[in-house]
Design a protein around this ligand. Structure first.
Ligand code: 13P
Length: 250
């Protein structure tokens, strides 16, 4: 597996469709490296606009999904709606949804299964809250509960993003060595659950204060398959530099 995956998580930004469109046009004006899968996760309201303007070079991820299939769930967006819009991925388990919106592990598990059912690839975000937390215990717990009832044939539609909560939006990124250790731990946990073969194929990303200055360190690690970028993915020039950092691994 040589393709590196770079995901822009725009969170609740930008505030206008014009800005979203200009950003994407700015990226498309670049010569993009061939060895990357470039994914943008915009707010729901821009998905359709971006789908019509991204061509095949940029894939789209939703930032959330309903666990319900259809029906009387005011304010919710179903997996099938996302799929029909041309979305290929969905982020589930992001720390902001866990800790600000109060999503429980049970809800994350239901959402993950709803996404897999309609053929979306899940970007499952996991990570410890504090720097001195027991990461083996926390990551095992988060992975096991998120994947409860998910069988081995569905695992090929999974990406895991290791995002230590203390590193998100703080400017304090983890070191690439620590991120690699966490990725190895995640592979070990997946290997115990689903077998070695699936574990070695699983894409594992790092997220948390990834910037134009540190992206290359994470992306260059063999055991890390790319980056999930928040703040720096809203700055066109910074994000282009992050994308180009992946090119150096070509
Ligand atoms: P920052 O890159 O702003 O730290 O955000 C990371 C993140 O939450 C991506 O999902």
């Amino acid at each position: 597996m040589t393709k590196k995956i770079i995901i822009a998580n725009w969170k609740m930004n930008p505030q206008t469709a014009d800005e979203a469109l200009r950003f994407v046009q700015g990226i498309l004006a670049q010569r993009l490296p061939k060895n990357i899968e470039l994914i943008i996760a915009p707010p729901f309201v821009y998905l359709d606009l971006l789908k019509k303007n991204c061509g095949k070079k940029i894939k789209l991820a939703a930032q959330n999904i309903s666990w319900a299939e259809r029906g009387a769930y005011t304010g919710e967006i179903s997996g099938l709606m996302l799929k029909n819009l041309g979305c290929d991925y969905v982020i589930i388990g992001h720390s902001e949804r866990r800790h600000i919106m109060g999503e429980t592990e049970e809800i994350i598990n239901l959402k993950l299964k709803a996404a897999l059912k309609v053929g979306l690839t899940v970007i499952l975000a996991i990570g410890e809250k504090e720097q001195n937390d027991d990461i083996l215990k926390i990551l095992s717990q988060q992975i096991k509960s998120a994947l409860e009832g998910v069988n081995v044939s569905e695992i090929s539609h999974l990406i895991i993003a290791y995002e230590p909560v203390w590193a998100i939006g703080t400017g304090l990124a983890d070191t690439s060595d620590n991120a690699l250790s966490a990725a190895l731990l995640i592979r070990k946990i997946i290997s115990r659950l689903y077998g070695q073969e699936w574990a070695s194929d699983l894409p594992i990303l790092y997220g948390g204060s990834v910037s134009e200055n540190n992206a290359a360190d994470f992306i260059a690690q063999n055991g890390i398959n790319g980056a999930l970028v928040g703040g720096a993915s809203l700055e066109l020039q910074s994000f282009i530099k992050i994308i180009k950092a992946a090119e150096k691994n070509e």
